[in-house]
Design a protein around this ligand. Sequence first.
Ligand code: FES
Ligand SMILES: [Fe+2]
Length: 340
Amino acid sequence: MKFEDFWYVVALSTELKPNKVLSCTVLGEWLAIFRGDDGKSVALRDRCMHRNSRLSRGKVCQGNLQCPYHGWVYDKNGKVVAVPAEGDNFKMLDSRQAKLYQTKEQDGYVYVRLTDQPSEEFEPFKMPYYGEPGWETVRVINRFHNNVTNCAENFIDIPHTASVHPGVFRTPRKQKLEMTVERRDGSVLVNYRNETTNLGWYKHFLNPKGDEIKHTDSFYMPNITSVEYNMGKHRRFFITSQSIPETENSTLVYTDVTFNYGILNKIARPFVHWTAQHIINQDVEILGIQQEVIEKYGTHFSNTPADTIHVFVESIRNKIEAGEDPRKLENKSVQVTFCV
Ligand code: FES
Ligand SMILES: [Fe+2]
């Protein structure tokens, strides 16, 4: 198994308009993304075959992408279909084809896969309740100066919330929390107990009546994290993040905040958006600081039981890094008590 076997978000469906080309980086590969004449998304290596200009700096005309330098034109299969310098004498050659990657669209996201020969057919992660009646999704995009592993760990790490997000999300109270952390089939599943309304002013939205909170966090290989607060049938709240590896130390994170708060849904949108962005800005800053130190001194972590989630996430990602299948790691379930 390799990281290239999986599908990665490269754009929002809505931002990939006809006649528009976007540039992005996934696992170090530069991509030019546009829509072909049939409206389907196309991903080409962002490099013109002719004299190696960037195709993403060019323009799209009727579903074909034209290089900005000498105007070579590429179709949705990456084939060169026109060369201005050859005029009417132009002949198509099979060898003149840019590297083409497979794409998919699902839940309002455009996905790319970098290999044609995956170890098995994975599907993009299904975003919970996206576009379903009664549900609202607020979507934010942020770049973190850090790697996917450290980002994913941060998104399902409770101990940092009291110090990085004081007042917004949690306030330090030295309250005991229990969690069961399970590693199973390439996933980490965390169940919290004893969680009450220690959620800062977030509780007014999340849990106005102070009902029992069911809180679960999950990590799904290779790059998805999910936080779910469940306060009953019509009070569910998901934060789902897809961490896209751009390079070794740059991660583009697409975050969906999804909720079903009845008549509050529309009213809540701007509030949810502001709060999500506010919290993520604080995480971008702290993860940037972590990365500075890692670049200077390398990664040497020291763990307590509260870091069990991190250890499991790392074990899964390290397996894929080594070309192995993390689902073969032994299943483990650990009970942990920690303070927050
Ligand atoms: S470099 Fe692209 S057309 Fe010449
Ligand atoms: Fe955070």
